[in-house]
Design a protein around this ligand. Structure first.
Ligand code: FE2
Ligand code: FE2
Length: 140
């Protein structure tokens, strides 16, 4: 049973997660609809800004996921895997933005679009796994 303090942490964590994930999913949908590298730039820039604070909240000491693994240590590998994903996601956003900055040549547009597709799929997969853990947090 969570203590009153843990209950407060869980409640505010879930409120922030809900708002953040709504914003991120919206940006991901915008990115998925991009029909050219130029159209991918705005959602990628917005995602780059959103991810930093979002991942910091998820990984915060004393935060929601730490509360979860303290109560359910068997879920530690799942949470560690999510945190590992964060590193890849941040590196990939930076790499994609760098490619855009150098401007994507016409003959590489298809490869760029394919890379965006993989990126979108990995974020969706990440969020699905994360949502499952957030539901477990709600049932501590
Ligand atoms: Fe995450
Ligand atoms: Fe998240």
């Amino acid at each position: 049973m969570p203590t009153d303090r843990e209950k407060r942490i869980i409640k505010s964590f879930q409120r922030v997660m809900h708002a953040d994930h709504r914003e991120i999913i919206q940006l991901i949908m915008e990115l998925a609809k991009a029909e050219s590298p130029a159209q991918a730039e705005d959602p990628l820039l917005a995602l780059d800004g959103a991810f930093g604070a979002h991942f910091a909240t998820e990984e915060a000491r004393g935060g929601g996921f730490e509360t979860l693994v303290t109560a359910r240590p068997e879920l530690r590998p799942n949470v560690d895997r999510l945190f590992d994903d964060h590193k890849w996601i941040l590196a990939e956003v930076a790499a994609l933005l760098e490619l855009l900055e150098a401007s994507v040549p016409a003959e590489e547009e298809e490869a760029f679009a394919a890379r965006i597709k993989v990126f979108v799929a990995r974020i969706v997969d990440h969020e699905v796994r994360e949502s499952k853990l957030l539901r477990k947090l709600a049932h501590l």
